[in-house]
Design a protein around this ligand. Structure first.
Ligand code: ADP
Ligand code: SR1
Ligand code: MG
Length: 417
């Protein structure tokens, strides 16, 4: 069977596709008649199949021309698969230990074949709900963010290389526009897509829509999101985009990738950890009050930023005489000036991280797409109480982010709520 034009696959036609595609069939062993396939997509947008053969496995991800969790009434370009494959390859080259290998990409079919992250890998968000500690996670995530963000920025690249890459990823405009809508616009106005734990949070949602200072701040962040091409960001780096075991951390799902502010990625990740922190009281029971786990989450936030800072500035130091054109060595050659420049850069980045992180928290409480951390709390009253505390912290971080000088101050502020 030829696949010369786009068609949505199912568990059966997928087998024909694999048999006709050597880069996939070669991963699965000889007896390609004995393949098992299972659709496991629990994300918001796409279809994901696990395929197991006699001596290997692959994951096949296909984008259909709409948003899966809403349905065909919300069309969305299937070209998102192209940008996901491009970002997986680019980030995978920079940080192969933490990005699954791409085996195959078919632009016509909007289809990616990649490494199957086999059990015991689970989605990190599910681990957070279950209360599992991951000892290497901060080390791994800080490495992923430091390498991918530093090496795609002007601290490492020439302006010519950078502009060419920016131009390519400008093509992912529809996914960026989706984020503009659901993160920076809808939560601040009446929208048919918004929802929240009603009636308990009705007043809270209304307060977001009536808060002028919040609107001032979110406008500034939206402008940065749309206008700043600082690095190739993942674009959707929440805890559902990370798969983990106790010793492996893998970042999946960069279909929202584009050249944007670094703080959008770090903020998405940290913001989702803060959401997980506030959800813990809803998961507590007689056997486990989750106090120790909440401390682990706070420690993870602090270690992630601290290690990221260390690794990012180490890369900067290592490449200070390289081809990056942001701070030319002829001008910034004095150690005291380099220190000044780095401190300013990293402080601005912390403020962006807090701002974007807060925006990502707010959208998950009063916007269209919610998180399992809260959704799995069955008691509405309990869930609303957890969500309200998270919302209050997010509003504070968004408005007061410039007053924080380091991550320990942020963690203390979260603990005080
Ligand atoms: P979406 O783009 O719809 O958000 P995701 O990329 O997040 O889709 O994938 C949806 C689900 O499929 C994940 O939550 C995970 O359970 C599973 N999955 C995705 N990629 C892999 C992979 N490489 N290995 C194993 N499971 C995967
Ligand atoms: C309709 S919004 C769906 C959301 O899911 C994705 O993971 C992105 O976060 C997007 O905003
Ligand atoms: Mg996803």
């Amino acid at each position: 069977m030829a696949f010369t034009e786009f068609r949505p696959l199912d568990e059966k036609s997928l087998i024909d596709y694999i048999k006709a595609t050597p880069s996939l069939s070669s991963k699965l062993g000889d007896k390609s008649d004995n393949l098992t396939t299972k659709e496991v997509g629990d994300g918001n947008l796409n279809f994901v199949y696990i395929v197991i053969g006699a001596s290997g496995s692959v994951v096949i991800k296909q984008a259909l021309p709409y948003i899966r969790c809403i349905g065909e009434s919300w069309p969305m370009t299937k070209e998102r698969a192209y940008f996901e494959a491009l970002a997986l390859k680019e980030h995978g080259q920079l940080c192969p230990d933490h990005v699954p290998e791409v085996y195959h990409f078919d632009r016509t079919m909007s289809l990616i074949g990649m490494r199957y992250l086999e059990p015991p890998h689970i989605i990190f968000r599910k681990g957070l709900i279950a209360g599992i500690e991951y000892p290497l996670l901060a080390e791994h995530m800080s490495e992923y963010m430091a390498k991918t963000l530093f090496c795609t920025s002007l601290l490492y690249r020439t302006t010519t290389e950078h502009k060419r890459a920016v131009a390519e990823f400008c093509g992912n405009v529809e996914l960026c526009r989706l984020t503009e809508q659901v993160v920076f616009s809808d939560p601040y106005k009446i929208s048919q897509f918004n929802r929240w734990t009603s009636p308990y949070l009705d007043r809270d949602a209304e307060a977001v829509r009536e808060d002028n200072i919040l609107k001032l701040e979110i406008a500034e962040l939206k402008s940065k999101f749309c206008e700043r091409t600082q690095a190739l960001v993942h674009g959707d780096l929440h805890t559902g985009s990370v798969m983990v075991t106790l010793d492996s951390t893998q970042v999946i799902d960069p279909e929202f990738a584009f050249y944007g502010p670094m703080g959008f990625d770090i903020g998405a990740y940290v913001g989702n950890l803060i959401l997980a922190f506030f959800a813990q009281d809803g998961h507590a029971d007689e056997g486990n009050d989750r106090t120790a786990y909440k401390e682990w989450i706070l420690r993870t936030i602090e270690e992630t930023w601290t290690l990221f800072y260390k690794k990012f500035t180490a890369l900067w130091h290592q490449h200070k005489d390289g081809s990056g054109e942001a701070y030319l060595p002829e001008i910034y050659n004095k150690p005291e000036l380099q220190k000044l420049v780095q401190e300013k850069y990293m402080e601005d980045l912390l403020h962006d991280t807090l701002g974007f992180g807060a925006a990502k928290m707010i959208r998950r409480i009063v916007g269209v797409a919610h998180v399992e951390d809260f959704e799995s709390i069955k008691d509405d009253v309990k869930r609303a109480a957890c969500e309200r505390r998270a919302l209050e912290v997010a509003k504070m971080l968004l408005k007061e982010r410039r007053n924080f000088r380091d991550i320990s101050g942020v963690v203390s502020a979260i603990r005080r709520v």
